[in-house]
Design a protein around this ligand. Structure first.
Ligand code: B12
Length: 204
């Protein structure tokens, strides 16, 4: 019931309502992970379907996306601090030309929740910026996100430019394991939970 209300809020872009609805769900005993996976992400999936079918357009999608962001912020404090010792440093960003950041933010949140130190480079991150961060921050791992078929190309170029300097993990809706092999990325994860396991396996 409560999860359905959160899902509806994302779908209709009710950004003023989402926090209250989430608080009610938490008070009713819903787990933060369920709120993320079974309400927020499901809502965004449905938004994606509607966008594809031409039932929703960019302004409405943007409202839904903002609502999702506020929702994620409300659950974030509850996901942190499960582990204490930082298992590694990860720099992550959405590649050049791509402004989608909801999935990337979710990955950041889960990695932080798992104790990693995360440098969030934001969106539209150029190849040179990734290289600069590798030089300056010496991360153990680089994460790259792409949501457009056009920016998958940029992702490939970026991974190739990074070469063997640091391991790379990639993700985003159009990205696949095969694509990761094709561009020479160290690993691919389909979602934020798997991204944490992947990061651990790549760093250790
Ligand atoms: C929200 C959204 C937008 C919002 C973005 C808001 C924001 N701040 O992110 C706005 C309205 C701005 C937008 C704009 C555009 N969008 Co848009 N958008 C979407 C939508 C509906 C949802 C994306 C999303 O947030 N999903 C929810 C998150 C949780 O899922 P996710 O991103 O896949 O992330 C998960 C995994 O992929 C993985 N992951 C993600 N990143 C990473 C990184 C690593 C390292 C790892 C390991 C894992 C990982 O973990 C995440 C969590 O589980 C998708 C549809 C879809 N189904 O994907 C279209 C979609 C991606 N958009 C699309 C398009 C075409 C556009 C525009 C070109 C539209 C336009 N005409 O202007 C612009 C492009 C702007 C740009 N230059 O980037 C198309 C892309 C088509 C294609 N094949 O390239 C899609 C698929 C819609 C469609 N069906 O047509 N969009």
């Amino acid at each position: 019931m409560e999860l359905k209300a959160i899902y509806e809020c994302v779908l209709t872009g009710e950004r003023d309502q989402i926090e209250g609805v989430i608080q009610r769900a938490l008070s009713a005993g819903c787990r933060p992970a369920d709120i993320i996976n079974n309400a927020l992400i499901r809502g965004m999936d449905e938004v994606g379907r509607k966008m594809k079918e031409g039932d929703m357009f960019v302004p409405e999608v943007l409202m839904a996306a903002n609502t999702m962001k506020i929702g994620l912020q409300a659950v974030k404090p509850l996901m942190e601090g499960e582990e204490t010792e930082a298992p590694g440093k990860i720099a992550i960003g959405t590649v050049s030309g791509d402004l989608h950041d909801i999935g990337k933010n979710l990955v950041v949140m889960m990695l932080e929740g798992a104790g990693f130190k995360v440098i969030d480079l934001g969106v539209d991150v150029s190849k040179d910026r990734f290289l600069q961060v590798i030089e300056e921050e010496k991360p153990d791992l680089i994460g790259l996100s792409a949501l457009l078929t056009t920016t998958m190309k940029t992702m490939g170029e970026t991974v190739q430019a990074i070469g063997g300097k640091v391991k790379t993990m990639i993700g985003g809706a159009p990205v696949t394991e095969d694509f990761a092999d094709e561009i020479g990325a160290s690993g691919y994860a389909p979602d934020a939970v798997t991204a944490v396991d992947l990061a651990k396996s790549l760093i250790f």
